[in-house]
Design a protein around this ligand. Sequence first.
Ligand code: CA
Length: 343
Amino acid sequence: MSNPDPSELVPQVDFETDGRHEGFVRLFHSTHASAYGFLPIPVVVFRNGNGPTALLMAGSHGDEFEGQIALCKLAKSLDYRGLHGRVILFPMANFPAASAGLRTSPIDNGNLNRCYPGRPNGTVTEQIAYFIEHVLLPKADVVCDLHSGGSSLQYLPSALIRRCPDPDRYALHLSLLRAFGAPHAYITGGGNGTGAQQTLRGAAERQGPLLIGTELGGGNTVSSDALRIAERGICNVLVHAGILPESMQVAAPPSRLLEVGGPEYFVYAGETGVFEPRCDLGDPVSKGQLSGTIHFPETPGKPAVDQYFARDGTVLCKRVPGRTTRGDCLFHLGSELSGDDLG
Ligand code: CA
């Protein structure tokens, strides 16, 4: 790989010596209110000898909270002396967005998980993406990226991996997914316009570490059930990576494995109006089944528009707000994984 330009962000923690190191990554940002100031992005490093490194991230989207809370709790409970290797906590990855409780940055509207590989001297969000891709990811063997549904979506608490062409790498990801122990676990193939190269998944494929993601609850709220699943999953990932001892493993029932494929897995609003859902999270549905209805209160006599599922599956994700605009995602499904994909 060619030598990348250095990141402009300045970590104020020691990644390489044993102990617990809590501090900030400084992102210099000159504004009307603070001419020479920096944005303090929190980071905590635990290291005990040479061994594998886990990078635990939350707040890529600032309105997704279970991961942020789980990492706050871990920042206080983890004892570096019990580790083999290193754990890096990065709980407010898009710091301006997480500070504001918003999906995207109020500074530049940047969606961190669509910004990779970023730019060393780009917008604030691009600079954070560049730092994660070129400074944090190369240190990591395994990355856990803790997402929830955000303000507009609600998920069945799930862990996920992305399909990758290398069968050995796919098998490693699948065992990580099983180790996490979420009630639902799914494999994505992309195809819903997320621009995979611009996501952390694309960055991890370029830089090498294994990556597991989550979708825990959502709706701009905190679910105590989803938080418990996150805390258990993080602990089990650290055991699976060999960083925590086997005795720390938390028992979990086997995950129900699903996959999420192309556009037929998604239902999008075809009209702008008020959305009436006709099914709930976890429901089994079939192709052609009514998913919801869009009403037009501005024109009460106008016929409502029904929206249908385009394939069979289980409802994994559902839109939260009632008002909807043409193009919004209303639902997405998961389908049973075929035996060939189970590794
Ligand atoms: Ca998210």
